[in-house]
Design a protein around this ligand. Sequence first.
Ligand code: CP
Length: 306
Amino acid sequence: MRHLIDIRDLTHAEILSLLDLADDIAARREDYREACRYKKLATLFFEPSTRTRLSFEAAMMELGGNVLGFSEAASSSASKGESVADTVRVVGCYADIIAMRHPKEGAPLAASLHSTVPIINAGDGGHNHPTQTLTDLMTIRREKGSLNNFTIGLCGDLKFGRTVHSLIAALTRCEGVRFVCISPEELRLPGYVRQDVLEKAGAEYAEVRGLAEVMPELDVLYMTRVQRERFFNEEDYLRLKDSYILTPAKLAGAKAELSILHPLPRVNEIDTAIDADPRACYFRQTLCGKFVRMALILTLLKEAGK
Ligand code: CP
C-alpha cells in the first residue's frame, strides 16, 4: 500500500510526473470529471484547516467522487480516546483513500502502519506537509518555468513551519537551488532539517536575520506565518510574531521577476497592499493546491488498484 507521509516518499521523477498530471488536469478539467466516480475520500482533520481540507474535498468532487470526514477532533471518537490506528482501520471500511491532518508529529505515519487504504499526510504538527510542497512546486514551476537554478528566501518561522521543512527536502533534489533561511535566532530551522537534509544533500545555504539585506538576490520569496499554536508560551509568540512584515517599501530592492509565495493563512506578514503586485503568487498558489491534490488522489488510487 503506497502512502504519502513525507515528500521523500516520492522520487523526484514521480514528483515531476505528478506536476505534469496536475498541469494536464488544469488544462483539460472536463476530461477528468468521471475519473473517480463511485470512489470516496475521507478527510480526517484533527486540527483546523481551510485550504488543505477544502481543496482535498474540491479535488475529489471535481474527479466525480464523494467525500466524508470530520474537521475537528472534538466531533470524532478521538474525543472519547480512540487511537488513530483504530480510527483509520474503521474509516478504511468506508472510504478508498484518507487525507489526515494531526497536531502530533508522526500521527499520519502511525496511521499508515494500520491502514488498508492510502493515507495522505495533510500536515503533522511542526513536522511535514507534503501536499503543500507539491502545491509550492507546481507554483514555482509555473511562475519560473523550471524547478532548477534559482535562489529562494524562506522567511519567518522556520522552526515550526512544516511547509518549509517539506519544501526544502524537495528542492534539495533540484539542480542549482540556493537557500537563504531568514528567521529570528529562536525560529531557525531545526537541526534535523539543516544537517540531515540541507547539509547531507550538499546544498548551498545561508542563515540570516535580516530580510532587506538579502532581498536583491532572491528569485523566490517564501513567506511564512509565525505558528502561534506550536509555542509553549504566549509571551514568546507576541515577541516574535511581527518579526517580518513584507510591505511595498520593503520590495524596493527586489528583482522585478521575484515570485512571492506564502502557504497561507497569512496573519500580517504580508501587507495586503502587495496583493495587487503581479509578483504576489499566493492566491494562484492556492489554486495549484487543488490540481496537485487531484493528481495525487488519482495516482494513489490507481497504484492501490482502486
Ligand atoms: N496551507 C495550509 O495548510 O493551509 P490550511 O491550514 O488552511 O489548510
